[in-house]
Design a protein around this ligand. Structure first.
Ligand code: C2E
Ligand code: CA
Ligand code: CA
Ligand code: CA
Length: 281
């Protein structure tokens, strides 16, 4: 039994070493990525389902790794979240997004009603310096607060509901809007949803994906849109890829859509062209 125990331990330990080493390597690489400016931003348009005008963009981070090429956030945001590096990365994203979009707003290529959405991770959301950082960024980039929207996932908000409400109210006091991201995937109780000061509800892509084949997803999507409207929230459908999905969303009065049907995430230059072409139409 002793032998077995030792073997088991060794096996377990090797396995752990492997993941710890990988984790440490990534942590070190992330540190360098910040210092060496390897992060870039792309912007995915959100469009009105009423007239297809561009209502805003969601900011999405990319990592231009010198050897591995372009890395999507799913591969490093969770590690950055664990190591705490997400605070620096997230602050950088917020400031850069506002800087880059502020020129489009000034040139009138983006209307003053447009919103730049930035994703906030759970660690950032509870960072005591968050609201001060938001205020500073608004000041230095001169972007009007009503042009900024923060996307917070449902699960982040449910970790500690009372604290979440207080932080959200503080954010709202800056004039910045709040969107609840990935709605339907967490475990939020509807009794909390009405207590959160939420401006926008984003229906998760997993519900939109199987429209029109999955009748249950269609029922849930329609019900979520109706509920959000009763609570005076705007509804954005994520991951709209097909005409059928678009038609269903329009029939159910969904306000906005985001997805490959309208546009993939774009570089700032591409976004510039997208907006000008869209305007001409
Ligand atoms: P998310 O916030 O739900 O962002 C939407 C994701 O769906 C993006 O993936 C986007 O490229 C993708 N997407 C958009 N339209 C479609 C579509 O029609 N079909 C499909 N299949 N996918 C679509 P991305 O850029 O890989 O980002 C993944 C996740 O990483 C994001 O999910 C978000 O949770 C996180 N993330 C991205 N940027 C940041 C950031 O700056 N800060 C933080 N904290 N998280 C970020
Ligand atoms: Ca998001
Ligand atoms: Ca989302
Ligand atoms: Ca999602």
């Amino acid at each position: 039994a002793k032998e077995m125990g030792r073997n088991n331990f060794q096996f377990f330990s090797e396995d752990m070493n492997h993941s710890i080493l990988e984790h440490l390597a990534l942590e070190k690489e992330l540190k360098e990525a910040i210092q060496r400016n390897q992060f870039t931003l792309v912007f995915q348009p959100k469009v009105s389902l009423f007239d297809y005008s561009t209502t805003g963009v969601e900011t999405l981070i990319r990592w231009e790794h010198p050897e591995k090429g372009l890395i999507t956030p799913d591969h490093f945001i969770p590690v950055a979240e664990e190591t705490g590096q997400i605070i620096d990365i997230g602050n950088w994203v917020l400031e850069q997004a506002c800087r880059q979009i502020s020129s489009l707003l000034r040139e009138g290529i983006l209307p003053p009603t447009a919103k730049v959405a930035v994703n906030l991770s759970a660690k950032q959301f509870t960072d005591p310096n968050l609201v001060q950082h938001i205020r500073t960024v608004l000041e230095i980039t001169k972007i009007p607060p009503q042009c900024l929207e923060l996307e917070i996932t449902e699960s982040t908000l449910m970790e500690d509901v009372e604290t979440a409400i207080a932080i959200m109210q503080e954010i709202k006091s800056t004039g910045v809007a709040i969107a609840i991201d990935d709605f339907g995937t967490g475990y939020s109780s509807l009794s909390y949803i009405k207590r959160f000061p939420i401006d926008v509800l984003k229906v998760d892509r997993s519900f939109v994906m199987d429209i029109p084949d999955d009748k249950n997803d269609m029922a849930i999507t329609a019900a979520v849109i109706a509920m959000a409207h009763k609570l005076s929230m705007n509804v954005v459908a994520e991951g709209v890829e097909t005409r059928e999905q678009l038609q269903f969303l329009r029939q159910n009065n969904c306000d906005e859509g985001q997805g490959y049907l309208f546009s993939r995430p774009l570089s700032l230059g591409q976004l510039h062209r997208f907006l000008i072409e869209n305007k001409a139409r």
